[in-house]
Design a protein around this ligand. Structure first.
Ligand SMILES: NC(=O)c1ccc[n+]([C@@H]2O[C@H](COP(=O)([O-])OP(=O)(O)OC[C@H]3O[C@@H](n4cnc5c(N)ncnc54)[C@H](O)[C@@H]3O)[C@@H](O)[C@H]2O)c1
Length: 708
């Protein structure tokens, strides 16, 4: 027997135990072990019931995702689960930790489920663009009401044990040792002489109103999960459970699953799954380099970002000292943090006492000396080079030796900031996104002199506060904002060409962006980009149409939501309302500047914005600002609202085909302003070679390593 699955006896109860750290994933070895165990138990004399449980911290918490690309090695899922379900004596799953995906499907194939009170059950397959493909779509609606089954899988969120008990998914909930609890449950079954209770033999619960229910759910999914195929396919699979006998339902599930696994959506989501793990691997950085501990934090600037970053650390239990220039700014910052926490309390996601604990971890101060004990100080004052230099000189004087000084600058040259200190090796960029306590991305900017252990600490601290840290090198805008620049430039230019803000944002949102870029500017403040451009005026193209709409809105004080109007008008609930005055103003300006009135349609808006962004991404790769194409994808999907189901801009480019994108860029060079449409040499090279960013990345090995 494969050693990951063992069988032992406790009286006349057999205990089948999976032991495959870290999460007992249902890989080939586990499948083979389970099949063998249940086949042997079939014929073993004197077994009255079987308990199936797991060692370690959790029940089976998923499948082996790599197998989706390599193919499923035998025995297959159906075969193994059939062996469990076919057992002639009752099988009790003992569930602790999380029963997720394939693990949940094992539990569904067992005849009874005993759950630890902290256990959770979930089928998160849609997050990978697939459906439960081991009978989950057929068995779940036989155990819990149809609508609850649909909602559980559509939400991808795990369900707590108590809820599972209420719905009938769990037969008992125990505190303490779940194996003991399940054993007692099994003994009782044995004493009663109970036989198997096979899920497949039960009727679907709530099938009476199924037609209506599926219609509602399909309409809902078309709206909330736009452009995606797996949620609709999921509904088809569950509908098969209602309409067909179990075995035929399984066949339907299997056919749907086989269609989804190799489709672009699932490939994109798998790509991100691996890309999000890969970001932590920094080529050229030795595993010997250890992080410095971060147990006390300092923040300079109690504004929007400083407050949000403080919350991240307080949430992780780290004490934070916050310094600002005035008492008024400190008071305002602390009040905002409290208000944010209060909102979570009101929503029920935080307990009042937790809020108080976190607030207690925050110490406001006007004195820089209070930062003397911090392990890491993050500067988040106004985006102004002279001010940042002044602050860094002050910090250099008070911060203890060996502490790290980070800057949250979005655009400024971190090498220049670091140079005012006597310890540039301790300086790193830590670029958070707004709202910092919510957004999962942290761009870690590796400046020229940043020490290897400072970089490792930055990656580690990202993990400490549950963020995805992606390493970039110093350049204007790093990865995210630099690629955003040409994307937004095209969006704004379209306005001068006779498109409305709704058309531009609508095209981007139809593609799947969480929010159109003009609405994003309205939300963040139209002045933010404008002020940055003012600072960099000498570097900008000599083109009166360049970001002209932004400039015009700024001149009028139409700064977006905070002003009640920007590209749109806003009502008191901050709902976007089209503004004909803006449209007229920008169209007239376009004509005055003799901009060709192309009236670009949806496809052209999408292509111009996205291909300009992708072309810039290729430049970042050439320049080594981003280490990998997949890192760019992580930045865009976790920080910029790029649709995950498209895999990020670089993965998306590969799915369109680099040749097609290259040719379209050449066409734009002929028909639009040529200064903006030079294909990046890397894009050109790969396009002409019929290659892709993925192939380029795979062939690179450790090239582009961080030099340390
Ligand atoms: N707001 C965003 O969306 C965002 C996103 C990413 C990065 N950033 C960057 O974060 C930084 C801060 O931005 P913000 O939006 O939080 O600004 P903000 O205006 O909300 O806050 C800046 C804070 O710095 C304080 N400050 C000014 N001078 C100071 C001094 N000498 N000593 C101590 N404190 C001082 C101000 O009183 C204020 O509280 C900027 O570099 C910005 O580019 C902002």
């Amino acid at each position: 027997m494969a050693e990951v699955v063992s069988v032992s006896m406790s009286g006349d109860i057999a205990l089948v135990s999976i032991d495959s750290p870290p999460v007992n994933a249902m890989d080939q070895k586990v499948r083979a072990g389970l099949k063998q165990a249940f086949e042997q138990l079939r014929t073993r004399q004197g077994v009255k019931a079987i308990v199936l449980g797991c060692k370690g911290r959790t029940f089976v918490a998923g499948a082996d995702i790599k197998e989706f690309d390599t193919g499923i090695a035998p025995p297959g899922y159906y075969e193994v689960l059939a062996a469990i379900e076919d057992s002639p004596c009752p099988v009790v799953a003992a569930v602790h930790g999380t029963a997720l995906g394939g693990g949940m499907e094992i539990a569904l194939a067992c005849h009874y489920r005993v759950a630890h009170d902290g256990a959770r059950f979930g089928l998160p397959e849609l997050t990978l663009g697939i459906i439960p493909g081991a009978g989950g779509t057929q068995r779940l609606p036989r155990l819990i009401p149809l609508e609850a089954a649909i909602d559980l899988i559509l939400s991808s969120k795990p369900m707590p044990a108590a809820k599972a008990r209420e719905l009938g998914l769990a037969d008992a909930v125990v505190s303490g040792d779940v194996a003991e609890g399940a054993l007692a449950f099994a003994r009782e079954l044995a004493a009663r002489g109970a036989g198997p209770r096979r899920t497949r033999d039960q009727a679907v619960l709530g099938a009476e109103n199924a037609a209506e229910l599926f219609e509602t759910k399909r309409a809902q999914v078309a709206k909330t999960m736009r452009n995606r195929q797996s949620p609709l396919a999921l509904l088809d699979a569950i509908e098969a459970a209602v309409k067909l006998p179990f075995d035929q339902g399984l066949k339907a599930e299997s056919a749907i699953s086989d269609r989804l696994v190799p489709a672009t959506e699932a490939r994109a989501l798998r790509h991100l799954f691996f890309a999000e793990r890969e970001v932590r691997r920094i080529p050229g950085l030795s595993a010997e380099v250890k992080p410095r501990p971060v147990t006390r934090l300092g923040i300079v600037g109690a504004g929007t970002m400083g407050g949000g970053i403080s919350m991240c650390y307080a949430n992780a239990g780290v004490p934070v000292t916050i310094v600002d220039a005035t008492q008024a700014a400190l008071d305002k910052g602390m009040a905002t943090v409290r208000k944010n926490y209060e909102r979570s309390v009101a929503r029920g996601s935080l307990k009042p006492e937790q809020m108080e604990q976190r607030m207690k971890l925050l110490t406001p101060s006007l004195d820089y000396a209070a930062l003397g004990e911090a392990d890491l100080v993050i500067e988040a004052v106004y985006e102004n080079m002279a001010l940042k230099k002044e602050i860094f000189a002050k910090l250099d004087a008070v911060v203890r030796k060996g502490a790290i000084i980070g800057t949250n600058t979005s655009t400024l040259d971190i090498d220049e900031i670091a140079a005012v200190t006597k310890r540039p090796e301790d300086v790193v960029g830590l670029h958070f996104f707004s709202p910092a306590n919510v957004m999962p991305l942290l761009e870690i900017v590796h400046a020229k002199r940043t020490a290897p252990d400072v970089l490792v600490t930055a990656l580690e601290t990202a993990k400490q506060i549950k963020k995805t840290g992606v390493v970039a090198k110093v350049c204007y805008g790093f990865i995210g904002n630099r690629m955003m620049d040409p994307y937004a430039r095209e969006a704004e230019h379209c306005l001068l060409e006779g498109a409305t803000p709704e058309q531009v944002d609508g095209a981007l949102e139809q593609f799947g962006m969480a929010m159109g870029i003009l609405a994003v500017f309205d939300m963040a403040g139209v002045d933010i980009g404008y002020l940055t451009r003012l600072e960099r005026k000498h570097l900008l193209p000599d083109d009166p149409t360049f970001y002209r709409p932004d400039t015009m809105l700024n001149e009028r004080g139409w700064l977006g939501q905070k002003a009640g109007r920007g590209y749109y008008r806003y009502d008191s609930a901050r709902k976007r309302i089209p503004d004909p005055e803006v449209v007229e103003l920008l169209w007239a300006e376009g004509k005055r500047l003799k901009v060709e009135q192309r009236k670009p349609g949806t496809a052209e808006i999408q292509e111009r914005c996205l291909y300009a962004m992708i072309n810039e991404g290729a430049r970042l790769l050439e320049e080594g600002v981003a280490l990998r194409a997949s890192d760019i994808d992580v930045v865009y999907t976790s920080g910029y609202g790029f649709p995950r189901y498209r895999g990020g801009p670089m993965f998306y480019a590969d799915t369109v085909g680099l040749k097609a994108i290259y040719e379209r860029i050449l066409e734009f060079r002929r028909t639009l302003d040529p200064q903006y449409w030079t294909p990046a040499p890397l894009l050109e090279m790969l396009a002409l070679a019929g290659s892709s960013f993925a192939a380029w990345q795979a062939g690179r090995g450790n090239q582009g390593a961080i030099s340390t």
